[in-house]
Design a protein around this ligand. Structure first.
Ligand SMILES: *Cc1c(COP(=O)(O)O)cnc(C)c1O
Length: 384
């Protein structure tokens, strides 16, 4: 029996050829392909600056640093995300806190955010940065979030790791937050193997991100404090990292981008098929607001009360039937590392209630209609 994974990269002959071309070229890293890839992704998202890095976790880390997050600063994110959305602030010595989700979108609840901001204002511990997460590829309520950012004076990082190519209010995501972060991990929308990117329309932030990516080193005379002593000269003007993306990886990403419109359409078709095939079952399906277009990185169903079988049993049965389901996400505040920081079960009830019922079923561009039918038939059989 062939196992259907919950997600899988799609690699074409053109992708292989593009990578081979770099392998036979003079530059495996820091060549011409990374800037070309950055330009293509920036243009896709209608933003002026893109900084490619080795993964989205690194992108989140330098995004925090570029927004001057430091020891003792408050950074907020949501429990319903991959741990990297919170860890990036911890790397900077910041104090992490969470805002609960809206059960219908599974994204940050703007109402919960406002309430928490009011409390924080009275207590004098407003966040410096909010990291919102476009869960499953569905964009957050960015207009409302940015209004609050102005009112309460915080900056916003959009962790759009799931949402490459997604649209909000008829335009691509990327222009609302101070920094928007993308992931190119193989399970995501576009892959570079490992890879990530920061998008911004702020030239100053983009400059900081570029320095942080590469040791804080510059060869730009405008950024140097001293006269150049010759062609070899460079200066380290701040403390950065080696978070660069190799050209090999960028070539894969650039080639993948060409198929993005077709893959986006296929994901959408599959999501609509799931909506139709599963609507009669005791499941809560993803919401489809008409002012935004999800990139459908994940398709998550939630077991309803009428469902007689437990989530653990449904999950185990699906796996036994060769359906590679998963669960996204164990709320971050329930992880031992965060519990040791003082968070407890019950702190963010909407995220916890969602987690208790959620199962991610397979969705990726190469999933066939027949495979999708098998997923639905098996699921129906298990929970009937
Ligand atoms: C995948 C993911 C990340 C981390 O991405 P990497 O590229 O693997 O570092 C961060 N945030 C979210 C929401 C993710 O899904």
């Amino acid at each position: 029996m062939e196992i259907i994974p919950y997600s899988r990269q799609s690699i074409s002959d053109d992708d292989v050829a593009a990578v081979e071309m770099v392998l036979r070229s003079p530059f495996l890293t820091q060549g011409p392909v990374v800037p070309e890839f950055e330009k293509a992704v920036a243009s896709l998202h209608h933003v002026s600056h893109a900084v490619a890095v080795c993964n989205a976790t690194a992108a989140l880390h330098i995004a925090c640093l570029a927004l001057d997050v430091g020891p003792g600063d408050n950074v907020w994110t949501v429990p319903n995300s991959f741990v990297a959305s919170a860890n990036c602030a911890r790397y900077c010595g910041a104090v992490v806190n969470f805002v609960d989700i809206d059960p219908s979108s599974r994204n940050i609840s703007v109402q919960a955010l406002r309430t928490k901001l009011d409390f924080a204002r009275s207590a004098g511990n407003l966040p410096k940065v909010l990291i919102s997460v476009d869960f499953s590829g569905l964009p957050c309520d960015m207009d409302e979030i940015m209004v609050l950012a102005k009112e309460y004076d915080f900056r916003v990082i959009s962790d759009s790791s799931h949402a490459v190519g997604a649209e909000y209010q008829g335009a691509p995501i990327g222009k609302h937050a101070d920094v928007t972060v993308l992931s190119f991990h193989p399970v995501k929308i576009v892959t570079t193997g490992e890879g990530g990117m920061c998008l911004t329309n702020d030239a100053k932030i983009a400059g900081k991100l570029a320095l942080l990516r590469s040791h804080g080193i510059t060869r730009d005379p405008n950024l140097m404090g001293r006269e150049s002593s010759g062609g070899w000269y460079y200066e380290q003007v701040s403390l950065g990292f080696n978070y660069r993306m190799p050209d090999i990886n960028a070539a894969l990403g650039l080639s993948q981008l060409r198929r993005l419109p077709a893959q986006f359409a296929r994901r959408d078709t599959l999501a609509r098929r799931y909506d139709d095939l599963l609507c009669a079952l005791p499941l809560k399906l993803p919401k489809r607001p008409n002012d935004r277009a999800s990139s459908h990185h994940l398709y998550v169903v939630e077991l309803q009360d009428e469902c007689q079988v437990s989530r653990a049993d449904v999950f185990a049965s699906l796996r036994e039937h060769g359906i590679g389901v998963n669960v996204h996400y164990i709320p971050i505040h329930l992880q031992p590392h965060y519990q040791a920081l003082g968070f407890a079960k019950g702190d963010f009830p909407a995220s916890e209630a969602y987690y208790d019922r959620a199962i991610t079923i397979p969705l990726f561009p190469d999933l066939t209609d027949a495979e999708q039918d098998r997923v639905c038939d098996t699921l129906a059989e298990i929970i009937k």
